[in-house]
Design a protein around this ligand. Sequence first.
Ligand SMILES: Cc1cc2nc3c(=O)[nH]c(=O)nc-3n(C[C@H](O)[C@H](O)[C@H](O)COP(=O)(O)OP(=O)(O)OC[C@H]3O[C@@H](n4cnc5c(N)ncnc54)[C@H](O)[C@@H]3O)c2cc1C
Length: 553
Amino acid sequence: MGQQRIDLRIEGMTCDGCAAHVRQALEGVEGVRSVVVPGWQEGQATVVAESGLLDEALVEAVRAAGYSATVIGRVAVAEETEPVRPGEAEVDLLIIGSGSAAFAAGIRAAELGYSALMVERGTLGGTCVNVGCVPSKTLLRTAEAYHRAFHSPFVGVRPQGAELDWRAVIGEKDELVARLRREKYEQVLEAYPSLSLVQGHARLTADGGVEVNGRTYRPARILIATGAHPYIPPLPGVEGVDVLTSTEALSLPERPESLIVLGGRYVALELAQLFARFGTRVTLLQRSERILPDHEPEIADALADSLREEGVAIHTGATVIRLGRAGDEKVVEARVGGQVRTFRAAHILVAMGRRANTDGLGLEVAGVETDGRGCVWVDGALRTTNPRIYAAGDVTGPPMLVYLAAAEGKRAAENALLGRAEPLDRRVVPAVLFTDPQVATVGLTEAEALAQGFRVRTSLLPLSYVPRALVARDTRGLIKLVAERETGRLLGAHVLAAEGGEVIQTATMALRAGMTVQDLTDTLFPYLTQVEGLKLAALSFDRDVERLSCCAG
Ligand SMILES: Cc1cc2nc3c(=O)[nH]c(=O)nc-3n(C[C@H](O)[C@H](O)[C@H](O)COP(=O)(O)OP(=O)(O)OC[C@H]3O[C@@H](n4cnc5c(N)ncnc54)[C@H](O)[C@@H]3O)c2cc1C
């Protein structure tokens, strides 16, 4: 029996938890192979299922979950394709892009004995190394060092002052980016003789080829790994103002005196703190009622307090009315709490999300469909609607994380070349926001767990109970655990703490292993580590942490 892609319109979803709930309901239908629910706002779901599956089975499953569904389309999709015989085409795998997804795919292809050709229209290495993770995290660390010079919690070692050399700050960042691009991309390319690169814009052609610089390649399989770019929404007046995106903000030739940040998720918050710590006067305007609207509210609120204490002016529930200029300054007029207010700064940074790079890619002629957000649609095995074309990384939509992009690229290459349809296991995906304190999270929030029908218990441990935080004199933050009421199985862990990113991996392993709260309390954690907070948070489900001695005894 063949397979079909079935598109459904879903009504009644009001949050990300609803989207997860609908996905779970559809996954439970017999004959369903994979389900994608892009987000609750899109109001849609896409299922790959055996052709014989009736519309009613899907509609009924969604109805039973508390929503309503209508089937709006069915198309046949290819099942497992034939494995590629190495050398049967001029190139076995043509990869569009040279970022993290592309490199992981190219290396895997080479390991499996295939040839791969990457096509890159911009800078080798893509977003992460050039304009994403690497430059933002090294600048955050630099800003932290500068900030601590003045604000060390240990008064006795506080220096009298430190001069900021902006050119050196940017120079050191550029040097690290160049070094990592050389070591992790250029030299890796050289290390695999069957992996090569051509510079140019790639476009899919109707007859299965890929056109680059006027030449058409005829690969056996194609991988789209074209990433995403910063999204600038059509705000009134935006065309008359040079706004910054994260890309420009990370390379400003001078430290700005003042900055307005539009957005309230990870790029906005990291850059807001980064500049505030270098002495820029930062105002952050966020449309939702709180920053990080998809995170635990306790964590979002505590981070907002922490940033405000450092001088970042945060206005939530802010609707931008227009952007403009006044002399040398840039202006944002916004409605905040029922009042129209005017904010002025030297620069405006727009950090309101990222959009898939699909411009001029020829998706339509190649029969590659997109989802409701303009991202390339893939099933759980990274197959697009064209059986010879796969996609991986940011171009397939959120969460946009570099380690997920790499895992997808690797799996897509295996499936494409070996003729398999192995789905990628995405059940446990940790994520870290690199502010100080860091926000680190894995699994379900309390709201998501409830929306998925779990009965839950939660524990909330202020960091002031964690010995490591006490000796470091940095008790900003908290740990929240979410567990299934009946079994005690851990469903989610959410951390706001200095180096919280180092804590979350233990929780990630615990979730992956299906561990319970009891398992965590039975495990030995070394005393005076930040990760010990996980055990204390687990203990505090049933015990008063006030009454625990050292080493959680
Ligand atoms: C400021 C910032 C900070 C971030 N920090 C983190 C972090 O701390 N941790 C984390 O996990 N993630 C982080 N990310 C996200 C991470 O960088 C991305 O998830 C990851 O780099 C995506 O990799 P990719 O391979 O999918 O795409 P990319 O790395 O974007 O690569 C795609 C490449 O395709 C090329 N391309 C596009 N279209 C074509 C075409 N038609 N022809 C030829 N080439 C084309 C592009 O030029 C680009 O080089 C951050 C992102 C930003 C912007």
